[in-house]
Structures are given as C-alpha cells and as structure tokens.
Design a protein around this ligand. Sequence first.
Ligand SMILES: Nc1ncnc2c1ncn2[C@@H]1O[C@H](COP(=O)(O)OP(=O)(O)OP(=O)(O)O)[C@@H](O)[C@H]1O
Ligand SMILES: [Mg+2]
Length: 440
Amino acid sequence: MIWTRIVNFLLGRRPAPPPERVALVVPAHAGPLIRRASELPEDAHAAPLPRFRSSAADASRPARSDRQLDQRRQKLQRAFTPSQPVRDERRFAGRKETLVSLIRAVEEQNLHAVIFGDRGMGKTSMLHVFSRLAREARYIVRYTSCSETSEFDPIFRAITADIPLLYHADFDPTSEEAERGGTLADLLPEQTLTPVRISESLARLSGTRVLIMLDEFDRVQSIDFKRSIAELIKNLSDQSIPVQIVIAGVAGNLNELLEHIPSIRRNVAGIPVTGMADDEVRELIHMGEGASDLTFTDEARDDVVNAAQGSPYVAGLVAQYAASDALDRDSTEVETRDVHSGITRALGEVKVRMGPASQLHLRVLLADVPPEAVAPLAQEGLRNFGMVHGGSPSDTKRAMVIARAVEAGVLAADQSHGGRDFRFTDDSVALYLWLAACLV
Ligand SMILES: Nc1ncnc2c1ncn2[C@@H]1O[C@H](COP(=O)(O)OP(=O)(O)OP(=O)(O)O)[C@@H](O)[C@H]1O
Ligand SMILES: [Mg+2]
C-alpha cells in the first residue's frame, strides 16, 4: 500500500479519492437514517466552504477529471495579469512608438531617460520589456524599484555588485580578480558613496554599456537622494561615461518628477506613457485570447475597450474577471454579460482599495447624482490625469454636476490654470464612477 503510494507520488498520480463521506441525519418524522452527503436536502447543508478553482500543481501533471477546466484557469491567470507588470514581450501590447523613442534616446542620443505617466499605465512593463531588449543587445542592465526609504549608498553598492571587473579598464579579462568573479563593488571605498565617488568608479568602465533602471521614483521621499541622482546624471553626461540612467515614476509631466532637480533637463529624454489607443487595448485583449484559448465576442471586446479608457490595468482586470465568469458558465466564449459581471467585480475591487474618506465622498455624491450624469467628468478625469475642465458657462447641466461633486468632496478646484479647472481628489473615484456608468 505504502509502495503504491510512493510509486503514484513519483509518477505524479493522485491517490484514489476517499470514499464519499456519509452523514447521519435524523429527520423529525422518522427514525435514524444513514444517507450520503450528496443526497442530503439542500437546507440540511451548512453553506459550503468556497474552494480554490484551480490546482496550484504544475499544469502538466495528470490530474482530476476537471483537469481541462483547471488548465484553462491557469492559462487565464497568465493571459491577463492586472496585478503584475508584463515581463514577457509576447504579452506586451502596443506602445511600439514609445519603445522606439526610448531606444533611440538611449542608443543614438546617449541620453538618460525619464518615463512618466499616470498610475497603472504600463511604465514598469515598458521598463521590463526595454530591459530585455537591451540585454539582447549586450547591455548590462540593472533594475531597481525605489521606495520611500531609498538611499544612494546601498543602492549603488548593489548596482555595482552586478558589474563584473571584466569591464574595468585596469583589469585584464584574464586577471585573477576578473576570473574570480570580482565586481566593481569590490573596489568601492568604505566611506559613504557620493555621486562623485561612484562616477569615478564608473568612469573606468570599458567595452560595455550599462543601463540603470530606477523604477517607482515618485515614491522616493529623500530630496538628497533625488539630488544625488541628478548630480550623477550630470557627471555621467559631462564625462561621456557609458552608463545611462532610466527613471520611471508616476507624474503628469517631466517637471513633477524632477521638481527638486531641474538642472538635468537637458541631459534627459522625457518619455510619456499616456493612455493606450483603443486599438492597443484591442491588441492586449487579442494577446490574452491567444494565451488563454478563449475568445471575446466583438461586442464583449468593445465593452472592455470602453471600460478601460486607455488603461491597460483596467483592461486586464475587467477582461480577466469577464473571462473567468465565462469559464464559470462552462463557455470559452466571453460575452457582454460576462464583461458586465466582470465590471461589477472590478467595481468591488476599486471600492475596497479606496480610502474611507473617498468612499464617503462617493456615497454622498451618488445619493444625489446618478453615475451616468457624472460619467463624462469621470471619463475626462481618467483620460486627463484626474483633471476636469470647468466647461463653458452656458453648460448649466455640467456646472451643476461639478458643483455637486465639489460639495461631496469628489472634485476640488484646481488653481493651476486660472482656477477654471477641477481635479478628482482620488483617481480611483473617477474610475469607480466610470465603471458604474458602464453598467447602466
Ligand atoms: N503594453 C502592455 N500590454 C499589456 N499589458 C500591459 C501593458 N502595459 C501594462 N500592462 C498591464 O497593465 C497593468 C499595469 O502595468 P504596470 O505595472 O507596468 O504599470 P505602471 O505604470 O508601472 O503602474 P504603477 O503606476 O502602479 O507603477 C499590469 O497589469 C500590466 O500587466
Ligand atoms: Mg510601476
């Protein structure tokens, strides 16, 4: 018996299911009776526990009778990944022109680059795909995700620990140190690293080009860190050192991301990552269809495109939920009803992630104004970095909705353009209102 189990385990076979559980039921009108659990009347069961719907085991292992459904779900999880950036270029939709601008800036103009755009627009995905292309072209690429506590010294020690001594002008590739796998970090002084010290070290590089990616730069709190990066960029540019820095972060424009370090504007290329064109969102869905073996009807695809308003995150989220609901119906074709239930689930997720104040603002507004009346403002906000134009004074309906939204705390006057504009106090509120209106 134990040997059969071991052999089954080694062959990846699952043990035979245990005999169906039996339950002892004592109906009011009869004596004791033994029945199978599956024969119990509906109301005799406690609510069943929810279950995972697919197996975490490798999809290639022989599994249960519903293995096909399992595999479809696993494929779907990889097809649309709203909670993760894209790493695989086969899942990277659109953005070709942006990618070309980035490659040209780095390769031909020897510039450093700053990728900026709204949250969830695909900056990190762009960095990952760009990194892959650069590695293919034999660049040394080092990716770092910044945080509130990022500091210059540890980050650059870690980065230089990935640059082999092989590329140091003072070390022969056959030298003992290079052959032992030494890195640039081995040569750094013990004192705290400064931009000058690190540029002196990087200046000794030869026979390679290095790309340093600093993602989520908007999260950095330390102005010192930002200034040090600016100084480093200046030194690298002035001394033509073959090391380029690519920064990515949430910002409406280049200045916002570089507010404390305006001195480097001439040394960097600004690469905006704006909303995707509808055709790019269609491409994203099409790639997901190929990867999941599911198809979207034309109407369902249009509904996802409309819900996304150019956001790859929203497109992926709604498409994934909708496709999962189609699988629940045992169908490989995603229809508009699935997209509607997908949007409903996405709404729940957006709301949960909102802060309590924003939830309150939303409740107050929706008690007074239906989502479809706010939809044009929400759509404008999603397409325009949260900004909404005051509109013409003769458009009284719009003015009234804006006034209500301001009262509720959903919109606030923005003084930056003469006080005629408004902005959503929380961009997830704009998304919520838009998605809610898509269901009407
Ligand atoms: N070109 C693309 N093709 C397909 N999916 C994409 C693309 N760009 C982004 N996505 C998807 O959109 C979502 C957000 O992408 P990503 O994390 O790269 O955005 P981001 O701008 O870095 O977000 P954040 O502002 O939160 O850092 C992810 O689910 C990712 O899979
Ligand atoms: Mg990111």
